[in-house]
Design a binder for this molecule. Structure first.
Ligand code: ADP
Ligand code: MG
Length: 702
């Protein structure tokens, strides 16, 4: 390495996490006893002594001020899906009329934001609207724009969760408890904690700001509500993994740097399938930290894009007819004694353990498929899931040929196949090593086993990953708890494990599908198997309050009846509001931009007809037929516009579900009709008159 490179590498090493109050900083800045006390709280969830909090707060403040911070904020994740912060400065007056910088343990541990304007789904009456934020010390504090940000959970005064983080933390605890039970019964005496880990792959679009600013739909709704298919789309697939354009490369470099400063392990970046689409993947971390980091990642992507005259679109479907964006949620479980519980491992003992945990996931996903589907529902994802695009709305699991084969053989009374070699009896020392699956990756599966983790591919690109992971953790906690219950009663653990695995495969193999998830045959086959096919968000949300779900979430102390019902209301209201904004934006653009342009052009054509007609020997048929086509297009467009306005005038005042259903079945349908009519006009009208940038302008200009 030359000297320049070494300097660069050293400075990168110093840059990484430079804005994070991480373990290394705590170790050097906190007195030993305080550090130890805090670590116990972080690692074991023990309550924190107030005197310890004071010392930690003071050290945090000194550190933050050295880094240029003047303010602190409790950083939280309300049900809006984005993060919220309210900044307070460190200043405190002295009697001499001067100031000192202060930050107390009390301020670190608890905040009281005025929370009346955050969605609560009726949980928090406005007269007691205070709500409070509580320090989540398992996710490190960090500095962003001269502000010390303290990750917090956000609750009502009576302790109900008003955010996305609280249930996530509760679900992690639930899973840990049940997984440890199972491991203990399998003879593990060292493990005390199991954490769920996540690496979310973030997809996004980057477009030029000058186009964005000319499109009210992008500004107000994050997606294009109009736009004809360009002559070139993604059919050549020449963008996927293509070399990065210079402007994009510079943008990505800065994104990496900003993320590294925040301790986010940004690792992989590449172009995606669609033009202007890209992906960023971090190295995985605990579900909690990964969730916080993904929120930061989305924020940084947007902010840095702005600095480069670009705009980052996180919407699931910014462009119709072009691949949408998702977030692949790579998920696994790992123990504090260093094992990945979804790693097939090398010894028979690990093998039995692996198969048991694998079975727990299979059973969980099959039994609670509706909940998982619900966790991936948002208005944007309706354009992907169930709309002939990746991934499909039907939940199924891809295991790969070899693993499926092994499970089938277990179901049929033991493995004898040469594919694996030897006889597979779980827990018996002659058990062969499970081979790493060598089959090709299945990219069409919504829930794929990828060697040592599951990849949940339905997660929406713009949403927090807290929801899906809360569901995943909780449903697997449930199946593990049932397994633990059985093992506790068993006299022979080995044979009971064998029985459990065999039973689960028998009862839940319908969820396993290794074929093409996009095919028509699969839709029919899935229906035969009795797998749910929930096509829209509105249909997906009721799963949240189904009796089965309430029982599940209450049993594991993740969400109670009231919290679930509040979330149900919030999700449905969010949907209705979002569609309403989209519809109003359409009406506005249709009336004030598209219609005037079409009329202007039809006038020009009408003038041409008159002008040509005036010349006796000229054939005016081309002009006339264009005028005819144009007029017919304008009439259709105008009719659809009126129809959409009518649907908006007739929104029922009813319960949240009925209203959302109306938006889905009536308003949304009218929007699609108006769009189709506009897109037909777009390809007729003179491009110099067309009032908004086209798909070709936007998608191929950066
Ligand atoms: P792919 O081929 O899908 O890109 P990678 O191995 O590169 O597979 O991993 C994709 C993502 O999965 C990365 O974010 C990675 O950190 C994450 N990942 C790897 N192992 C685990 C694990 N045990 N738990 C959670 N996420 C993981
Ligand atoms: Mg992947």
């Amino acid at each position: 390495m030359d000297k320049g490179q070494i300097v660069l590498q050293e400075s990168l090493e110093n840059t990484f996490g430079c804005n994070v109050f991480n373990d290394a900083v705590m170790r050097t800045r906190l007195p030993k006893n305080i550090y130890k006390a805090l670590k116990r709280t972080i690692d074991q969830g023990l309550p924190l002594d107030p005197s310890v909090a004071d010392v930690v707060a003071n050290a945090m403040k000194d550190w933050a001020i050295e880094k240029g911070a003047t303010h602190f904020t409790h950083w939280f994740q309300p049900m809006t899906g984005i993060t919220a912060e309210k900044h307070d400065s460190f200043i405190s007056p002295t009697p001499e009329g001067r100031i000192i910088m202060e930050f107390s343990g009390k301020e670190l541990i608890k905040g009281e934001p005025d929370a009346s304007s955050f969605p609560s789904g009726g949980l928090r009456a406005t007269f007691e609207a205070r709500g409070y934020t509580a320090w989540d010390c398992t996710s490190p504090a960090f500095i962003k724009e001269n502000t010390l940000c303290i990750p917090t959970a956000f609750c009502s005064y009576t302790g109900e969760a008003l955010d996305k983080k609280t249930p996530l933390l509760r679900s992690m605890e639930a899973l840990s408890k049940q997984a440890v039970r199972v491991l203990r019964l399998l003879g593990n005496t060292t493990v005390t904690k199991v954490t769920t880990t996540v690496g979310p792959e973030q997809e996004y679009f980057i477009i030029d700001k000058k186009h964005y600013e000319q499109r009210k739909d992008l500004i107000l709704t994050g997606r294009t509500l109009f736009g004809a298919k360009p002559s070139k789309g993604q059919e050549l697939e020449d963008h996927y993994f293509g070399s990065l354009k210079e402007r994009i490369a510079k943008f990505m470099q800065e994104v990496d740097l900003e993320l590294w400063k925040l301790g986010v392990l940004a690792k992989t970046k590449h172009n995606e399938v669609a033009p202007s689409q890209h992906e960023l993947a971090p190295i995985f971390s605990t579900t909690n930290v990964a969730t916080d980091h993904n929120q930061l990642t989305m924020e940084v992507l947007k902010k840095v894009a702005g600095r480069h005259g670009l705009v980052c679109l996180l919407h699931e479907k910014p462009f119709a007819g072009v691949n949408g964006s998702g977030k692949h949620n790579n998920w696994s479980m790992s123990t504090d004694d260093g094992q990945n519980l979804l790693d097939p491992g090398h010894t028979p003992h690990e093998n039995a353990q692996f198969l048991l945990f694998l079975s727990a996931v299979i059973q969980a996903v099959d039994e609670y498929a509706e909940l998982l589907r619900m966790s991936a529902a948002n208005p944007g994802n309706d354009h992907r899931l169930g709309a002939n695009e990746a991934p499909p709305a039907i939940i199924s699991i891809f295991l790969g040929e070899q693993l499926t084969d092994i499970l089938e053989q277990i179901e049929n009374g033991g493995v004898k196949s040469s594919k694996v070699g030897g006889e597979l009896k779980i827990g018996v020392s002659t058990l062969p090593t499970l081979p790493k699956d060598t089959t090709d990756r299945n990219r069409t599966s919504p829930f794929a086993f990828t060697g040592n983790k599951f990849e949940f591919r339905m997660v929406p690109s713009s949403a927090s990953i807290a929801g899906p992971n809360t569901v995943l953790n909780t449903i697997v906690a449930e199946t593990l708890s049932r397994i633990a219950d059985r093992l506790e009663k068993a006299s022979d653990i080995d044979s009971e494990v064998q029985k459990i695995v065999t039973e689960i495969i028998k009862n839940h193999k319908r969820i396993i599908f290794n074929g093409n998830n996009y095919s028509e045959e699969w839709v029919a086959e899935a229906e035969k198997r009795g797998l749910p096919n929930i096509k829209s968000m509105v249909e997906a949300i009721p799963a949240l309050i189904a009796e089965k779900s309430v029982k599940l979430f209450e049993k594991h102390n993740v969400l109670n009846h009231a919290e679930l019902h509040s979330r149900y209301e919030i999700h449905l209201e969010t949907y209705s509001k979002q569609i309403n904004i989209e519809a109003l934006t359409m009406v506005d653009m249709a009336k004030r931009q598209i219609l005037p342009a079409a009329l202007k052009y039809s006038k020009a054509v009408a003038d041409a007809v008159t002008a040509v007609k005036a010349v006796p020997s000229c054939d005016v048929s081309a002009q006339e037929s264009l005028l005819k086509e144009l007029t017919a297009g304008i009439n259709a467009f105008y009719g659809s516009l009126n129809e959409l306005e009518k649907t908006l005038a007739n929104v029922p005042s009813d319960d949240a579900y009925t209203v959302a259903k109306y938006y889905r079945d009536v308003v949304f349908v009218a929007m699609n009709k108006l769009r189709a009519d506009s897109d037909k006009l777009e390809v007729l009208v003179d491009s110099s008159i067309w009032p908004i940038p086209t798909y070709a302008d936007i998608l191929f200009s950066v």
